[in-house]
Write a protein that binds this ligand. Structure first.
Ligand code: SF4
Length: 230
C-alpha cells in the first residue's frame, strides 16, 4: 500500500465525532480501556442533520459513541481520546470504526453503518450492571423518548398544552438524572451514556432554547422553526 493510501493520522476525522461502538469493541469495555463515562448515547429518534438535503431527521436507532472531552461545549464533537499532538490516547486499542476509517476512501466505514452496534442495554449486560440500572434506563426512555418529544414540538405554536407537556418532560429528564446520581450513587459523568444528552441541551434541535428560571423551573423559548420529519 502506498503512503497515499494510508491514514496520515491528521486527527481530522477524530474532530468530527468519536466512533460508534460495535460488538467487536466489547473487549474494550470489559477490559476497561473504554469506561461508561467515556460514552455518549444518541437516542432513537434524536434529530440529526441530513447533509443530503439540509433537513433534520430522527435517528432510526440509538447509537453509543465515544464522547467529547468532559466539559466540552454541546456543539463540540472532538473525540475525548484525541491528544494535543493529534495522536490517539488508545491508539493500539481504538474501536473498530477507527480502524476502518480512512478519510480518502470511507467505503470500509460506510459498510459498518448500522451493523452489529452495541446499544446501552447490551453494554450494561456486558458489564454485568445491576438489573435496577437497566430498568432505570428503560423507565427514562419510556417517559423521555424522542418520538413523543417530536410530536409535542410539532404542536408548540398552536397548543399551549403541548408547550406545558414538553416543559414537564424536560424538567423530568433533569430531575431523573439528579435522582439517579443521588439515590443510586451513580457517577454523574455516566449520565450522558445512561440517558443520552440532557434535554435542556437537545431541545435546541426543535428550535427551542430551554432556560432555567430563578426558582429552578424551565422556560422554553422558541428560536427558530426546525424542519421536523416523522
Ligand atoms: S478513539 Fe482514537 S482514533 Fe478513534 S476517533 Fe478517538 S482519537 Fe480518533
Amino acid at each position: 500500500m502506498s503512503d497515499n493510501n494510508q491514514c496520515r493520522q491528521c486527527g481530522t476525522c477524530c474532530r468530527k465525532g468519536g466512533p460508534a461502538l460495535h460488538q467487536e469493541d466489547a473487549s474494550l469495555l470489559t477490559e476497561g480501556v473504554i469506561q461508561l463515562q467515556d460514552l455518549c448515547t444518541f437516542r432513537a429518534g434524536e434529530l440529526v442533520r441530513d447533509t443530503s438535503n439540509e433537513s433534520v431527521v430522527p435517528l432510526p436507532e440509538e447509537i453509543v459513541k465515544i464522547a467529547a472531552p468532559a466539559g466540552a461545549r454541546p456543539d463540540e464533537w472532538t473525540c475525548r481520546f484525541l491528544m494535543e499532538n493529534n495522536k490517539c490516547f488508545i491508539h493500539d486499542k481504538h474501536p473498530a470504526e477507527c480502524r476502518a476509517l480512512f478519510c480518502d476512501d470511507p467505503k470500509a466505514l460506510l459498510s459498518m453503518h448500522g451493523k452489529e452496534r452495541l446499544d446501552r442495554k447490551a453494554i450494561l449486560e456486558l458489564l454485568h450492571a445491576p438489573q435496577w440500572l437497566i430498568d432505570t434506563v428503560e423507565a427514562h426512555e419510556a417517559r423521555c423518548n424522542y418520538a413523543a418529544l417530536i410530536e409535542l414540538a410539532s404542536h408548540l405554536e398552536e397548543q399551549e398544552e403541548a408547550r406545558r407537556a414538553l416543559v414537564e418532560v424536560v424538567e423530568y429528564d433533569r430531575a431523573f438524572r439528579d435522582l439517579v446520581a443521588e439515590k443510586g450513587n451513580v457517577n454523574r459523568e455516566m449520565m450522558n451514556f445512561l440517558f443520552g444528552r440532557p434535554l435542556m441541551q437537545t431541545v435546541i434541535m426543535f428550535g427551542i432554547d430551554a432556560r432555567t428560571n430563578a426558582d429552578g423551573s424551565v422556560t422554553l423559548v422558541q428560536t427558530t422553526k426546525a424542519t421536523l420529519k416523522r
